[in-house]
Ligand binder design. Structure first.
Ligand code: AMP
Length: 210
């Protein structure tokens, strides 16, 4: 199963990717998580990406495509993977096709900007493994601590309200067109994202026939 999760920032891609990946026994590839780790490690990629991420802009396509190509070539992706947060532009989608990375399903999690802006203030992410939480909709078992790895939960700098608005603009300008791109290939399903997490997971699993 090779699956792309599309959706605005804050639509719940990370949360759903974790649930569906665990259910199907395949890894999630989140370019956002990989880039944040690169920044923490002070690597060359991280240094290049940070200025874009801080402003809520997209990191250049070549950086992101390089990350995905390397990651899907690893052994744990042999039975499939879920892409979370990539592709984000038509050129990225084309570059993945050119690199021979193909997909079985693309699911778009649909949600209004106003709901997202409200949600983002409650989002927390694990500084260790990148797992996503929300203080009311998806709280950790112990306050401030990741259920999976025990890492510290933090607020993302780019979840500040102004940066969220820029990221939503970037989504509508650059990323939303991917729905047409994959729709034309007959691979797209739409799933309503403003409802309980378990219902969304069920809808995604139904959409992909799992
Ligand atoms: P995310 O965790 O998916 O919300 O991504 C956080 C930030 O990382 C984005 O606002 C971008 O700056 C950068 N980023 C993540 N994935 C991509 C991508 N596929 N293309 C370009 N930039 C990305």
């Amino acid at each position: 199963m090779k699956l792309i999760l599309l959706g605005a920032p804050g639509a719940g891609k990370g949360t759903q990717a974790d649930i569906v990946a665990a259910k199907l026994g395949i890894p999630t590839i989140s370019t956002g998580n990989i880039l944040r780790e690169a920044i923490r490690n002070g690597s060359e990629v991280g240094l290049r990406a940070k200025a874009f991420m801080d402003k809520g802009q997209l990191v250049p396509d070549d950086v992101v495509i390089g990350i995905v190509r390397d990651r899907v070539a690893r052994a744990d992706c042999a039975n499939g993977f879920i892409l979370d947060g990539v592709p984000r532009t038509i050129p990225q989608a084309e570059a993945l096709e050119d690199a021979g990375v193909s997909f079985d399903h693309v699911v778009s999690i649909e949600i209004d900007d106003a709901v997202i802006e409200q949600r983002m203030t409650g989002r927390r992410v694990c500084s260790g493994c990148g797992a996503s939480y929300h203080i009311t909709a998806h709280p950790p078992r112990k306050d401030g601590v990741c259920d999976h790895c025990g890492g510290e939960l933090t607020t993302r700098a780019d979840d500040a309200p102004e940066t969220v608005r820029s990221r939503l603009q970037v989504f509508h300008r650059e990323t939303e067109a991917l729905k047409d791109f994959y729709g034309r290939l007959g691979k797209l399903s739409l799933v309503e994202g403003d409802r309980p997490i378990e219902e969304i997971s069920k809808a995604i699993l139904t959409a992909i026939g799992a």
